[in-house]
Design a protein around this ligand. Structure first.
Ligand code: PHE
Length: 343
């Protein structure tokens, strides 16, 4: 019996599978239910008990070798038959659909580029923040109503009585981190996603994107702030763009202002987007409150600075005339495809 197995093994090794037909022949001869190997297994019954184990192992080895040979050679045969029979090497390839960058990414990149060119670096920080970086260091006193200006999502860390964290409501929190870790001159912008507990509608969403800026040095004045923002508006909306500042309130800036840009849609003639005023609100800004500088160990006697913050969706809305905020996060390709040219 052992000898017979040896012989079959030799035969299998020498069997040349040169094509699919030969492969089938090989399978029928050795591997099928009436094949040689099956027959040998039937004969195992007659082998004396003390040899059964050894012979059984030899037979299993034989079957494995045959199966492996069959699988590889058949694969090879299929491949080469395909290559000369089934494949036309001169056929043009299938077109691969090219995606496009998301409109918010386009606008975010453009804002960053404008500020990069005038010396601002980019800084990023965590989306889950502690009270200090999102509020306290920014001069929001505890229990102050200004905290309600930004409806906050709170997160309980590890259960009752533990520190309360929040999803950041603005990227001013990143600027606190920059001030804590470096000394002036500081010139940085912080792009990122922020969260507010608002009902989702065409005009509001529970998350959106901001780019906030910070400039701290000796002798930084409100005139520098105005000039920087005018420069930004002209780069973003065209040479004819004008800005106007209206007094406002933020806990972390004093004085504070809201900035409008001349309506790019109707050239300030009045339309329903600018509500016939000729102006569109685009950002908040102001001179950094001395308390904020001191909270981050920057000497407010020596240094002053300005800060501003804008919503990326808002700028995108004006640039692309999209008036429903929800479109930005629905990922409908019919919407996204329209921004292909902007790559
Ligand atoms: N952090 C403010 C907001 O999210 C924007 C802002 C930034 C205003 C810097 C003034 C100065 O609404």
């Amino acid at each position: 019996m052992k000898q017979r197995i040896e012989e079959v093994l030799e035969e299998i090794k020498e069997f040349e599978i040169s094509g699919l037909e030969k492969a089938e022949e090989f399978r029928i001869k050795y591997l099928s239910s009436k094949g040689l190997i099956k027959q040998l297994f039937t004969q195992l019954r007659d082998v004396p008990n003390e040899q059964k184990r050894e012979v059984g192992q030899l037979l299993n080895g034989l079957r494995e070798q045959a199966q492996t040979k069959y699988d590889t050679e058949k694969g090879n045969a299929e491949f080469s038959e395909d290559a000369d029979g089934g494949m036309d090497l001169s056929r043009p390839g299938d077109k691969i659909a090219v995606g496009s960058r998301h409109p918010l990414s386009l606008v975010r990149a453009e804002i960053i580029e404008i500020f990069n060119r005038i010396g601002f670096t980019v800084s990023e920080g965590p989306e889950i923040e502690d009270d200090w970086h999102n509020f306290s260091a920014l001069n929001f006193p505890p229990e102050h109503p200004a905290r309600d200006m930004q409806d906050t999502f709170f997160i309980q860390k590890g259960g009752e009585g533990q520190e309360e964290l929040a999803l950041r409501t603005h990227t001013s929190s990143v600027q606190v981190r920059v001030m804590e870790n470096s000394q002036p001159p500081i010139r940085t912008i912080s792009p990122g996603r922020v969260y507010r507990n608002e009902a989702i509608s065409a005009r509001a969403h529970c998350f959106f994107h901001q780019v906030e800026g910070l400039y701290i040095d000796k002798g930084v004045s409100f005139a520098d702030l105005k000039q920087t923002l005018l420069h930004f508006a002209k780069e973003m909306f065209g040479e004819k763009a004008q800005i106007r500042l209206r007094p406002s309130y933020f806990p972390f800036t004093e004085p504070s202002a809201e900035v409008d840009v001349s309506c790019t849609i109707c050239n300030s003639k009045g339309c329903n987007v600018c509500k016939y005023t000729g102006w569109l609100e685009i950002l908040g800004c102001g001179m950094v409150d001395p308390n904020v500088l001191e909270a981050s160990n920057i000497d407010s006697q020596e240094y002053s600075g300005f800060a501003f913050g804008m919503g990326v969706e808002r700028i995108a809305q004006l640039k692309f005339k999209v008036n429903d905020l929800r479109l930005y996060s629905e990922n409908d390709v019919r919407f996204l495809n329209q921004f292909k040219s902007g790559i």
